[in-house]
Design a protein. Structure first.
Length: 229
């Protein structure tokens, strides 16, 4: 009984310092139900309650940080394995991938002839498309032109954005003189804002209506030979 009394006094003393039950149990090895019975009448002042709250928040943040690190490591492992599964692309594979990209993001011929035009804000997709039209479609650089589409809120970053796309495409700045301005959309759901916003780039090919028709045929060929019809 004397031992239990001393343990109880110790537990109450530690509790009054603002320690949590889990911390007290490390110093006083008793059942949690016993500790709860001992401490149920022990009140805490504002400073002690604040300490407990801070400890709980710190524990939550530590747990969240650990989960985030685990998620990042797992994501990188999955991506590394997936990258290895692709291997080096053949010209045929590049041809089909580029055709599918144009199917998704390119300007299609409707009721009248139109040139090849491809628009996107993803720099990797733009780079891949440029390789496709150069290597597969055999289009020389002199026949390619670029247009930047920007929201007016990015007007003060015009020079920076031109340099960005010049670096991505390896085209001179003179290729980026034409900017098409979009009206600002005040919707809070729009994410293309801030320093990471570089607008959308349109890649066009001069005198390419025949190529556009040819790409349309490639698209139809992919569809018809995919086994869906």
């Amino acid at each position: 009984m004397i031992f239990k009394f001393k343990e109880k006094e110790k537990a109450i003393k530690i509790r009054k310092q603002g320690f949590s039950y889990s911390e007290i149990l490390k110093e006083v090895p008793v059942a949690k139900s016993t500790l709860s019975l001992w401490l149920r009448s022990v009140g805490l002042d504002k400073r002690q309650k604040q300490r407990l709250t801070e400890k709980r928040l710190a524990a939550l943040l530590k747990g969240a940080h650990a989960k985030r690190n685990y998620r990042l490591v797992l994501t990188e492992e999955i991506k590394n394995k997936a990258r290895g599964e692709i291997g080096r692309l053949s010209n045929r594979e590049l041809w089909l991938i580029g055709t599918a990209l144009y199917w998704a993001e390119g300007m299609k011929e409707r009721t009248k002839a139109c040139n090849v035009k491809f628009s996107n804000s993803d720099p990797q997709m733009i780079t891949l498309f440029l390789k496709w039209i150069s290597k597969i479609c055999r289009i020389p650089k002199r026949d390619i032109f670029c247009e930047i589409y920007l929201h007016k809120t990015a007007a003060e970053r015009e020079t920076e954005i031109k340099k960005y796309w010049s670096g991505i495409t390896n085209f001179p700045l003179t290729q980026f003189q034409k900017i098409r301005w979009k009206k600002h959309n005040l919707s809070p759901k729009r994410k293309n804002i801030g320093k990471n916003y570089y607008g959308q780039l349109r890649i066009g090919i001069r005198r390419s209506s025949s190529l556009n028709r040819k790409i349309a045929g490639w698209i139809e060929g992919i569809y018809k030979n995919s086994g869906v019809v």
